[in-house]
Design a protein around this ligand. Sequence first.
Ligand code: ATP
Ligand code: MG
Length: 329
Amino acid sequence: MIEITGLNKTFQTANGPLEVLRDINLTIEDGEIFGIIGLSGAGKSTLVRCINQLERPTTGSVVIDGKDMTKLSDRELLEERRSIGMIFQSFNLLEQRNVLKNVCFPMEISGIGKKEAEKRAMELLDMVKLSDRAKSYPSQLSGGQKQRVAIARAMATRPRYLLCDEATSALDTATTQSILDILREINEKTGVTVIVITHEMKVIDQICDRVAVLDRSRIVEIGEVSKVFTNPQSDIAKELILPQAKGIDIIDEGERIRIVFNGEDSSRPVISNLVLECRVPVNILFADTKVLDGKVYGHMLLQLPDRDRQAERVRNYLDSIGIDYTRED
Ligand SMILES: Nc1ncnc2c1ncn2[C@@H]1O[C@H](COP(=O)(O)OP(=O)(O)OP(=O)(O)O)[C@@H](O)[C@H]1O
Ligand SMILES: [Mg+2]
């Protein structure tokens, strides 16, 4: 378990102090896939570097499995870091070493014999579906294959935590999907806790159990992905999660409401019932809904007729059937 309490990080820069993380409080449970999302410069990488102490927090504590990382000596820290693997956007492979030797590298450093290291490396390459490329060099691999090597290397010392900082940001959609599938598989097989840092909501949506939203140095929202994504509270989460709703040309003057589907029965046709029941035409400006286990999640932006009484009828109807909605400006 990772427990971050009251963490602050301030960098001293030529222009004076720069507060990059402010009062971060976060608990990440064993075995979960935890996402941290935010815009560029929000402080995501700094936060993840504070977890393994590549960056020392200015104040606050980072307790991993009962040990306060901020209190460890450099030597103790080296030992503890073995339980934390990390992968990056830029893969960071050793170009002069082939795939097998790249995966063996952390095991060499921790003193594991060559034979044993190579045996484990081959098992790991099998896990990331690259055993046929063991003798290739990084320059001969695609981005997705390089990231798979990096994942195998990060898992070599059997870490309990895997930190992924924008690990799929340089990859196309299909390759991103395959990397996320591998991360999930490894999480399920080994129980490793995975922490995913990204600015892409799709990544969080595809694999994370819980998510923290970071905005200008602070955590502004935290919770289960299904909850945060269906009903974001903070402005930044709304911006990240509902970007498609912006930029719609509004011709009519009618009131707009956003309906939130938070696990409605998918067999209930809410919109057609609304139209039939209220005898009012509504305009669907935007919809992003999905069905999971027979339940609907997501949002729909409706434009109501430009007549107060009709709009009121629609709102009353939604109230009566217990559907959440908000008025949009
Ligand atoms: N070593 C440093 N010295 C001074 N400022 C730093 C240092 N590292 C990061 N920063 C600043 O801290 C802020 C947050 O940076 P960080 O890399 O954590 O953001 P991020 O959320 O990971 O962004 P991105 O999505 O672009 O990777 C930025 O303003 C950055 O310039
Ligand atoms: Mg970053």
